[in-house]
Design a protein around this ligand. Structure first.
Ligand code: BG6
Length: 516
């Protein structure tokens, strides 16, 4: 890995400049391009880490010319900056924007039309004449149904063949497959025309600084690793709670649901970072091998276990932060009788020497009381022998909370003696907040990922086996739900999820950390 633990938005001084490259974005008129990719590219331009001859070609069916494309993205950028979105920047630096904007080109074209790809060939040939390089990254920011066909067309046009001097890479967005069979088929299809080393399968959670920090916390410190195992840890809770509902994504989401949308990718990345063994080195493959092994060790649920160890919920009407929310079934593009889950909770076991017997409770949901992504490591209770005749016995066990977002940081809860003449214990927190130690720059999380792809570092991207391991663990749940009677449990929008999820933990004598 060329640059380790790059801080998204503030690349370290030793970060090498990205090589010259043409970034071809398929889906240039889509939501991802305007909301995340172009803002991230703007942040990279602002940091001066893109090469002077960097250029972008946006491809989509909508009729536009370069000027219209630039104006549309410029307006969007300003609106995002004004709205305090995930973009982070609150104002646009005109110099950085005109630098980027002058490099934006638009190509009206159908993804199924070989002519589109011939025009890309000509564009790259022009670039090669002007700059003597024809490096290219093809970013598939399109509906998943296009991933395979676009890869085939790129190959047919000879666009994926790299010569020794120039690279050709493909970035594939999520969702990568909708189950184990389709993920395998997609891997096989793309790998027929491109080498694994040319493929960058994105999981944007890996672009989050705090997710990368899990490895630093675990493996750069001598004090945590010895207790990071079944001897000392009681259970682990992984939460990704969102306040937003399905928004304008009803068509995609209603066919997908929370399990497919979040678990085999984002939630399992958090699980893998927490559960993996120390890799032998920082090489991309060493890290990805350990992650694949951790995910692979998740015990597949039998149909009976699926009924007991999984909970699916769907938000009903309610209010989130004082704003009233429609029931999911009344959201745009959602079937009125939909049984799609907008919340899922799972109890998973990892069958290996380190984690045997330690439950991993995972929950993710939309329209919940708070936006919070974190990992709670709940340590075993200390024997209360010494304090058995005092109120001390009721003190909570030690807890380490890795806060992925917001309020990024790590806290450690332990017991302390409350001042006074009698022995009374109280929980206290030791708290590390990123913002207290580091300057955080505006970042969408995509900066690191785009930059890494440009410099050819695949560490933060998913290898084929990582993707398939995730689906292998989720497939029995999908199967179990298909064959089971019953369906989703409604929960109030703005609440903490369905009662079933509380019962799932209560059976083991534990509770979810409160969301608020
Ligand atoms: C996306 C999912 O991949 O991740 C969305 O499709 C979800 O449904 C989003 O809202 C969550 O990401 P973040 O970065 O906002 O926590």
């Amino acid at each position: 890995m060329a640059v380790q633990f790059k801080k998204a938005g503030t690349l370290p001084v030793d970060a090498m400049a990205a090589p010259p490259c043409t970034l071809v974005i398929f889906g240039a008129s889509g939501d991802l391009t305007k909301r995340l990719l172009v803002p991230a590219l703007y942040n990279l331009a602002h940091e001066h880490v893109l090469d002077a001859s960097f250029d972008i070609v946006g491809v989509d069916r909508v009729q536009r010319n370069d000027e219209e494309f630039r104006a549309y993205l410029g307006e969007t950028l300003k609106t995002l900056a004004a709205g305090g979105s995930e973009f982070g920047a609150t104002e646009i630096d005109d110099t950085a924007w005109s630098w980027l904007s002058s490099r934006l080109h638009y190509m009206t074209g159908d993804f199924d039309d070989p002519g589109t790809y011939q025009r890309i060939v000509s564009h790259l040939a022009d670039r090669a004449r002007e700059t003597s390089r024809a490096n290219a990254v093809f970013y598939l920011a399109v509906a998943p149904g296009f991933f395979g066909p676009i890869a085939d067309h790129l190959a047919a046009a000879g666009l994926i063949e790299a010569n020794t001097a120039d690279f050709r890479r493909i970035v594939v967005e999520k969702p990568f497959g909708s189950d184990l069979t389709s993920a395998r088929a997609l891997n096989a299809r793309i790998l027929r025309v491109a080498a694994e080393s040319q493929l960058y399968r994105i999981d944007h959670f890996l672009g989050k600084e705090t997710v990368q920090n899990i490895m630093a916390l675990r493996f750069a410190n001598g004090m945590f690793e010895p207790i990071w195992n079944r001897e000392h840890i009681d259970h682990i809770q992984i939460t990704a709670a969102e306040t937003v509902g399905v928004e304008h994504r009803g068509r995609y989401y209603d066919a997908t649901g929370a399990l497919r949308d979040m678990v085999p990718n984002h939630m399992f990345q958090l699980l893998a970072m927490t559960a993996m063994e120390a890799p032998n080195s920082f090489s991309a493959d060493a890290i990805r091998t350990e992650k694949a092994k951790a995910i692979d060790a998740i015990r597949p649920l039998t149909p009976q276990e699926t009924a007991v160890n999984t909970v699916r919920g769907q938000y009903d009407g309610g209010a989130v932060r004082g704003q009233s929310v429609n029931p999911y079934r009344r959201e745009p593009d959602v079937a009125p009788g939909s049984c799609t889950e907008t919340y899922v909770a799972l109890k998973l076991m990892i069958d290996n020497w380190r984690w045997s017997g330690v439950p991993f409770y995972i929950r993710t949901g939309k329209a919940m009381a708070a936006r919070r992504t974190d990992i709670a490591i709940q340590f075993k209770r200390a024997p209360a022998v010494l304090f058995r005749d005092t109120p001390a016995a009721s003190v909570d066990p030690n807890l380490m909370l890795l806060r992925i977002q917001p309020n990024e940081g790590v806290s450690l809860r332990f017991a302390a003696k409350a001042p006074g003449r009698t022995v009374r214990l109280s929980d206290v927190n030791m708290d590390f907040r990123y913002a207290d130690y580091f300057r955080t720059e505006p970042s969408t999380g995509y900066e690191t990922l785009i930059y890494d792809c440009l410099i050819g570092d695949p560490t933060l991207f998913q290898r084929a086996d990582n993707i398939e391991a995730g689906w292998r663990a989720v497939q029995p749940v999908l199967d179990g739900w298909t064959s089971a009677r019953g369906g989703v449990e409604l929960y109030k929008a703005g609440g903490s999820g369905p009662a079933g999820a509380d019962n799932l933990l209560a059976r083991d004598g534990v509770k979810w950390l409160p969301l608020g």
